[in-house]
Design a binder for this molecule. Structure first.
Ligand code: GLV
Ligand code: MN
Ligand code: MN
Length: 428
């Protein structure tokens, strides 16, 4: 049984329905149509667009329906509070609701929906909260619109300056402040939010796994150990626009060829270094079928288990690109647009999660601890607050695709695991 992007396989949720599952399913169904593209079946929930605004309205409705105190912080991140937000030592959970272009239904929303469902489950258990609890929706995690991932959490954590945030533009030249304003949010307040982060004692993000490690171990839920260092680099190849039908091959300065050679080099270098390198986005000028391009702009996403490998792969790709460019008379600029160093999640919190989960459900069963190459708000926030992550099994490992999915039973297991963790951390 699975929860595909296009619908819920078993909308009734089955009879067994552990606590949290029925509220999970009804929230899931409500969120499914928002920002879903009819043609691709994937999600286009880009930051500050109508789909994002609709997701944000959904979040607010969920918060208010549960009597939680709803607020938006200075960077447009949404919060739903149970208990006093100013008391300190809060336990926070949540994730993001935006998507990559034609993304899946689970990357981000699974964490937010599971957070509300886990709270429902804790209320069903009748537990008493000894620490404030909050659920967060962090803005623009994917960076699909402005090119930089985790903008909301980076701003809050002081890892993105206000000046740099003001310079962010989307493909149509709209700046981040303009986009926030158009969505009804105040861009004048953006900036570091250390006081808010200081009130958080622990942040736990639940996320669909973006690989098959849990499928291979046969576990529905795992705990994150680390996030690989990763970054985005922009390669601008400039040549000379000319007529596709009249310009002799020998007379061309075609940046597309150099770009293509660079893509092949990226694959080779990644294999050599045991790393990952992907050119997944490209912009071409003038972008005419009968014109040799004047500019090819390609974005490299590269990630590796450690910094040395990442440096090796990116250096190797840039070297190859420069060699090919020089031979072909192409001008090349390479700009690092973002970088996130390796994140090692706090061992004490991670171990505490392990103990809580091992002591419940399948008694004595050790929950696997795994690393990931995917970036998360939890990774950004880990520099400021004790942070941990739970992963829910993804049977195919597919993510950033409409085909991303997780089984309904595993989603419910994720809700129960998150409820167990929140109970262990925030309840008497
Ligand atoms: C976010 O999903 C990323 O790792 O790119
Ligand atoms: Mn993602
Ligand atoms: Mn995500």
């Amino acid at each position: 049984m699975s929860l595909p992007a296009g619908g819920v396989a078993n909308p009734g949720g089955g009879a067994a329905a552990p606590g949290g599952s029925s509220s999970f399913l009804s929230m899931w169904r409500e969120l499914l149509p928002i920002g879903r593209h009819r043609g691709s079946g994937g999600y286009r929930r880009y930051a500050w667009t109508g789909a994002d605004v609709d997701c944000r309205a959904w979040f607010r409705t969920q918060a208010e329906a549960r009597g939680l105190a709803y607020e938006v912080d200075r960077n447009g991140n949404q919060w739903a509070w149970l208990g006093d937000p100013l008391a300190g030592d809060a336990v926070v959970t949540g994730s993001h609701l935006d998507s990559v272009p034609d993304g899946g239904a689970f990357d981000g929303p699974l964490g937010v929906v599971s957070s509300f469902a886990a709270l429902d489950e804790l209320r069903r258990r009748g537990v008493e909260f000894t620490r404030p609890l909050a659920i967060g929706n962090f803005g623009d995690e994917e960076g699909a619109r402005f090119g930089l991932a985790c903008v909301g959490s980076r701003l809050a954590a002081g890892q993105l300056t206000v000046e740099a945030a003001h310079r962010l533009r989307d493909g149509d030249g709209i700046t981040l402040p303009q986009a926030m304003e158009a969505a009804g949010y105040d861009p004048d307040t953006i900036g570091p939010d250390p006081e808010r982060l200081a009130r958080i004692g622990a942040f736990v993000e639940l996320h669909v796994e973006q690989g098959r490690a849990l499928d291979l171990t046969g576990d529905p839920v795992g705990i994150a150990s680390a996030i690989w260092p990763h970054g985005r680099w922009r390669f601008d190849f400039r040549g000379e626009a000319n007529h596709a039908g009249t310009t002799r091959l020998a007379d061309r300065r075609d940046p597309m060829l150099t770009y293509a050679e660079t893509v092949l080099a990226a694959r080779r270098e990644a294999e050599l270094a045991g790393a990952l390198a992907t050119f997944g986005k490209i912009a071409v000028e003038p972008n005419g079928v009968n014109a040799i391009p004047s500019l090819v702009r390609g974005w490299l996403d590269s990630r590796a288990a450690d910094q040395d490998r990442l440096d090796a792969v990116v250096t190797g790709i840039e070297r190859a690109a420069r060699e090919h460019a020089e031979r072909a008379g192409i001008d090349l600029d390479v700009v690092r647009e973002s970088f996130t160093p390796v994140v090692e999640f706090e061992h004490a919190l991670r171990d505490e999660l392990g103990k809580i989960l091992a002591g419940r459900g399948d008694a004595g069963r050790t929950v696997p601890v795994l690393g990931t190459g995917a970036g998360h708000d939890a990774g950004i926030l880990s520099a400021s607050v004790p942070t941990a992550m739970l992963f829910v099994r993804n049977p195919t490992g597919v993510s950033h695709s409409p085909a991303e999915h997780a089984a309904e039973d595993d989603c419910v297991a994720g809700v129960v695991a998150l409820a167990d963790v929140l109970e262990g951390l925030a309840c008497s």
